[in-house]
Design a protein around this ligand. Structure first.
Ligand code: ZN
Length: 157
């Protein structure tokens, strides 16, 4: 039981840090949005702003997911079930909890779940690829070349 109390302390700290970071990122996002709407920038700046905003947004989404996981782990700790895999009931090694205190799955179950997600993402892109009848790798290379060409043009101007 002492282990659960300790875990709650660790998790509460992680929760606080995540909340601070989220506040910071939301402020940053706000700053990114405001100047763009106030001044009429040229399209390159607007594109850069949109890219920057997208980056911040995805960081926010990641942290929101992490916050959710931390809060869930805190709930489990209050019930005395922290450190035990939610899926298979195996004891999660302390080293894993040290690195990722918010985890509620053992390595095996976590990687199985991740593979499941990846597989469904892959299936989606396979369908896309098959429909267009082009190998995925070839497509990626072409995109890179196009980007390089655009960069060169930018320098010449
Ligand atoms: Zn498990």
């Amino acid at each position: 039981m002492a282990k659960q109390t300790e875990a709650i302390q660790v998790l509460e700290k992680a929760r606080e840090r995540t909340l601070i970071e989220l506040t910071r990122l939301r402020e940053q996002l706000q700053e990114e949005i405001e100047p763009a709407s106030a001044t009429d920038d040229d399209s390159a700046d607007v594109a850069a702003d949109i890219y920057e905003r997208g980056k911040i947004l995805s960081l926010i989404q990641n942290l929101e997911g992490k916050l959710h996981a931390i809060e869930h782990a805190i709930e489990l700790a209050h019930e005395g079930r922290y450190g035990i895999c939610e899926k298979c009931g195996a004891v999660i090694p302390q080293e894993r909890l040290d690195i990722m205190p918010e985890t509620t799955l053992c390595v095996k179950c976590a990687s199985e779940r991740e593979q499941g997600i990846r597989r469904s993402l892959l299936n989606a892109s396979y369908t896309e690829t098959t429909r267009r009848r082009r190998p995925f790798e070839e497509e990626e290379e072409e995109v890179e070349e196009e980007e390089e060409e655009e960069d060169e043009l930018d320098y010449e101007e």
